[in-house]
Structure formats: structure tokens, C-alpha cells
Ligand binder design. Structure first.
Ligand SMILES: Nc1ncnc2c1ncn2[C@@H]1O[C@H](COP(=O)(O)OP(=O)(O)OP(=O)(O)O)[C@@H](O)[C@H]1O
Length: 277
């Protein structure tokens, strides 16, 4: 198994190393503060090349800067050094058009809005800013995420897993160029979380977007991804990029194979070595 990607920062499926980068992160560093305290260098010299349509996970010890990197890609945070482009354009252009889909650990649905109106919300917000965007096909999105027939419900009438599905439908509403997911299933119980992973694979194979996915679970990362980016403790750098040669579509049975166990063990070993150093 040759699972370590070249130093170029390529993060995509095995065999796609020469595909042009779609998400391009070049020399990105982030230093927070100072706000009366010591500055915190959260990220240092991150270089990442993610091809179009790839599913890539970011893993690493708590505080290594996974969310910070995702925020930079989403243009919610300006890097202190380096730059990021998506599909050849600056992330800021896409954000203004509402073309960066985000899903967080908490679904953050508006409790006073029906599910269908939550899914429409982003379109309303960008329209209010004068940005022309096609109105989302809400019934199709709800069908896609398995919420057919639940559009008239309010968030409180849905289970945690269903709220996660609604948050995903909302993130997909404006046909995003990329989907950025920050521990989207961390608040769910293990069985629901596993089921959501399978569902996400099904949905991803239909919408075909490039996904950056932050998780603390190495097994979840391996199961879902074409490549897993392991980051060092703060300041976060890229320690290793593990390419995942498991075939697609991924099935629950793959989690029981020796190959899967070896991939997760390889990441675990690197993580423990890093933390022990
Ligand atoms: N606004 C901020 N001001 C100062 N420091 C910050 C700020 N946001 C994050 N940090 C620090 O930057 C580092 C990286 O934080 P970040 O949340 O990106 O890490 P993470 O890997 O996503 O963590 P976790 O896995 O615990 O969610 C941490 O040490 C954190 O304390």
C-alpha cells in the first residue's frame, strides 16, 4: 500500500495525481490575534491541491486548525499568508454568489421556519443582496436527502439525523461549487452517524461536488474519502496525505475488511507518533 501522497499536497483519489487542482491552497498560514494576548499561529504553510469532484477529509488532534482551514476555504477568514482559489477564482467571489455550501456540527436551522423555507433561506439572502441565482428546487433537494414529505414540518418536529439532512439540503440549495462540512455528524449517535455516512456517499455520488470534510473519526474519514489529510498539532501543518484505494461505491461491509482496518491503523499510528514526539 503506497498511501502517502507526494509532497506537492495532492489530495485526491489514487491515479488522479495529474488532474489539475480545483481547490488550490498555497502557502496558507493563519495567526490569530493578538487581542491583548499572545498571537496564536493556528496554521503554517499549508499547501493542498484537491481535484474537482474529490471527497477529502481533514483529521488531526484537537486544535490543529482543521476548522480554521475550512473557514479560510470558505472565505470566512482571511489567511495571514498565502492564498486560496476554487475553480480558478478567488473563494471570495464564490462566497458572494452563495456558491460555497457549508454544513456545521449543529444544523443551525431557523426554528420558526418550516423545513422547506429553511432550505430556501440562502436563496432569499443572496437575492436580497442583488445576486442573481436560480431558485432552488426544494422538493427535489428534500427527495435527494431523504426528507420527501417533511418540507412542511418545523425543525423541532424532526430527529437529529433528519435535521442534519435538512442542513445538507440547505447547503446544496444554490448548487454550490464546493461543499465544506465541519464535523457535520459529530452530534449524532453512532448508528445514525454511520447511516448518515452511507447517505452522504449516495448523495455525493449524485451531486458530484468537491467536498472538504472535517472529522475527529479516522474510520469515518477513511470510509468516506478519496484522500485523508492528517494535520500536525498546532501550528497545523500537513503531516501526511493518505490516499484511499477502496473502490466506489463504498458499502458498509467495506468497514469490516482488512484493507479498511490497515488504512485506519496507518493513520492512527502516525497520529500517535506525532502526539508522542
Ligand atoms: N478566533 C480565535 N482567536 C484565537 N485563537 C483561535 C481562534 N479560533 C481558533 N483559535 C485557535 O486556533 C487553533 C486552531 O483552532 P481550530 O478550531 O481551527 O482547530 P480544530 O482542529 O478545528 O479544533 P477541534 O478539533 O478541537 O475542533 C486552536 O488552538 C484554537 O484555540
Amino acid at each position: 500500500m503506497d498511501a502517502t501522497a507526494p509532497a506537492s499536497g495532492f489530495a485526491g483519489p489514487p491515479g488522479a495525481e495529474h488532474t489539475p487542482a480545483f481547490i488550490s491552497v498555497e502557502g496558507v498560514g493563519v495567526t490569530y490575534g493578538p487581542q491583548g494576548a499572545e498571537p496564536v499561529t493556528a496554521l503554517s504553510d499549508i499547501a493542498l491541491r484537491v481535484p474537482e469532484g474529490a471527497f477529502v477529509s481533514l483529521v488531526g488532534p484537537s486544535g490543529c486548525g482543521k476548522s480554521t482551514l475550512l473557514k479560510c476555504v470558505a472565505d470566512l477568514l482571511q489567511p495571514s499568508a498565502g492564498g486560496i482559489s476554487i475553480g480558478g477564482v478567488p473563494a471570495s467571489d464564490l462566497r458572494r454568489q452563495g456558491r460555497i455550501g457549508m454544513v456545521f456540527q449543529q444544523p443551525n436551522l431557523m426554528p420558526w421556519l418550516r423545513i422547506e423555507d429553511n432550505v430556501r433561506l440562502l436563496h432569499r439572502l443572496v437575492a436580497d443582496r442583488g445576486v442573481a441565482a436560480a431558485a432552488p428546487d426544494v422538493p427535489a433537494l428534500l427527495r435527494l436527502v431523504g426528507l420527501d414529505g417533511f418540507g412542511r414540518k418545523y425543525p423541532s418536529q424532526l430527529s437529529g439525523g433528519m435535521q442534519s439532512r435538512a442542513a445538507l439540503a440547505r447547503a446544496l440549495a444554490l448548487d454550490p461549487t464546493v461543499l465544506l462540512m465541519d464535523e457535520p455528524f459529530a452530534a449524532l449517535d453512532e448508528i445514525t452517524r454511520d447511516r448518515m455516512g452511507i447517505e452522504l456517499m449516495r448523495i455525493w455520488s449524485q451531486f458530484g461536488k468537491t467536498v472538504l470534510f472535517v472529522t475527529h473519526s479516522l474510520a469515518e474519514a477513511v470510509f468516506l474519502s478519496d484522500a485523508v489529510v492528517l494535520m500536525t498539532p498546532r501550528p497545523g501543518r500537513i503531516a501526511r496525505i493518505l490516499q484511499v484505494p477502496l473502490p466506489r461505491p463504498r458499502t458498509p461491509e467495506m468497514r469490516l475488511t482488512d484493507e479498511f482496518a490497515h488504512l485506519v491503523a496507518a493513520l492512527n499510528r502516525d497520529l500517535y507518533r506525532m502526539l508522542a514526539a
